[in-house]
Design a protein around this ligand. Sequence first.
Ligand code: UD1
Length: 348
Amino acid sequence: MSSKTKIFLVAGARPNFMKVAPLISQLYRFPNMFGTKLIHTGQHYDTDMSDVFFQDLDLPEPDRFLGVGSGSHAEQTGRVMIAFEKVCLEERPDLVIVVGDVNSTMACALTAKKLCIPVAHVEAGLRSRDWTMPEEINRVVTDTVSDLLFTPSRDADENLLLEGIPPHKIHFVGNVMIDSLFASLPKSENRNALETIGLKSGNYAVLTLHRPSNVDERKVLAGIVGVLIDLSHELPIVWPLHPRSKKNLERFGMLAALENAVGMKITEPLGYLDMLSLNRHARMIITDSGGIQEEATVLGVPCITLRDAIRAAVFSAWSTNKQNIRIPELWDGKAAERVIDVIVSYYS
Ligand code: UD1
């Protein structure tokens, strides 16, 4: 029998892939100590939402693909738990590492913990205090059952301490997603996403929108779309459409008006490198994605979170000076190295 520590690294949905990439390269630094397996739950499964990220981030083929697909929260979470439990029972990992806050994160953390397998959560401690967000439930449950909690920021440590998590479990390591960003910036420069879409560096806004609270209800979405069409008359906007948003725009009959709006460019979801290149050269970003907000901070691009009354915020961000944007502590491209150093000493 091998004496290596068997580690499962779990990824399920689009925002997980850029977080597991630096962790897997760091685990490969210790080939004699760790036997690492990448488990893809299949929560996201399209070329656009999954495959292209494996190519762009040089991720290895997953060792196991659980193929759970889409469904209601209970269906999706349940399917991940059932499939992941089988794999855990077959292979008996010594540690399960989960990242982020998607349904797959919580499902695999819970499954492992109930089998008494230690769980490490990377990107622990983030809180919105909004319990209508599925991600908030996923974060709190995952953190509660985790044995090692790796945080991206000091306020995340404070959140965990206030919830009674023992300090020795908490490790402030910085932001692994930013590791991927720094590692991929040079490659993103070779992309010609801007030319292909017909944009000029520094003279457009990137828009992303997919939160259920923004796109699932006709009235809310109609309000947002109205403001966006109005804004697109005054500044160029590029919107790579998430499948959830596309489905709803079609269902509510709003897609054609958007596609015909003068300065609005609607695209398919973009791969990691194209999106990075687009974000890097943007004048501003309008988004409801937590990850893109963090990337915007590091890229020094003014970013606003999309709400109803966005006109004033958009124009203020459009004229923000990039020099005034500060990069948070330990968002330096070395977070995954710190995660794996802690795991190495945990097993030494
Ligand atoms: C999920 C995550 C969210 C993350 C987002 C990024 C949860 C609760 N939410 O939300 O935190 O920010 O991913 O994308 O885990 N679909 C496809 N192709 C795919 C995957 C999904 O067409 O490869 C469609 C399906 O019709 C599905 C819908 O998109 O019903 C939504 O997918 P789902 O995984 O349920 O949640 P997201 O909205 O993507």
